[in-house]
Design a protein. Sequence first.
Length: 266
Amino acid sequence: MAGLRRSEVAALASVSVEYYTRLERGSISGASPQVLDGIARALRLDDAERAHLFDLAHAANPVARPPRKRSAKSWEPHESLRWTLEAVAAGPAFVRNGRMDLLAANVLARGFYRDVYDTPARPPNIARFTFLDERAFAFYPDWEMFADVTVAILRTEAGRDPHNKELHDLVGELCTRSDEFRRRWGAHDVRQHGAGFKTFNHPVVGEMVLAYEGLEMAAEPGLTLTIYTAEPGSRSSERMRLLASWAVSEYGAPFAEPSEQTRTDR
């Protein structure tokens, strides 16, 4: 908490100044949940910052179970997940990892993130688009806010999975190529993707104010399902319908009706 001396934080957390100093310098391995909780309370950390603190302690523990590794280039969504995504007909629905790779999406999400998909890198990556593609400044009317959120999500993932080579490679690339990213990365801000509203300026249908919900996937730890929707009856809702029509004409209908020969009862 701003304004507190180290001794005051240690006292509020019920630890010695010497022990808190070691923690502050990164010697966090072996810190108990009670100590971490005390520090979080003393510093008045929010939920995302508290989770990040525990993630750092978990990662520093030499006997901790290593996180499950999943390469974004080799991961494929199972069929039922594809069905689920396409069942969301009123807005973009997509699955991303903590590195902000787009791993699966319904047709509307592909149309929504047209410019993100229109890059040579695979899988398409929201963070790379935000900082390295000029089209991002038009797509995000409040680019500064989106940039802050993007870096905070990556920083959170780095605490959760500090040995992820693909994440390290992405951060290294962005730090090298973007001064804006490098400055934000040094701020060590963290964020949990939850719910709220965002404004986008889509190159085909124009500006839309959309609500979003980010849901952690129990069957796929580390992945997030995000759905964007517009307020019913609003101008954004009208534009979302236009976007849906355009996306189907551009990318095709999500599923073709099976023929009588191939249709089977289950």
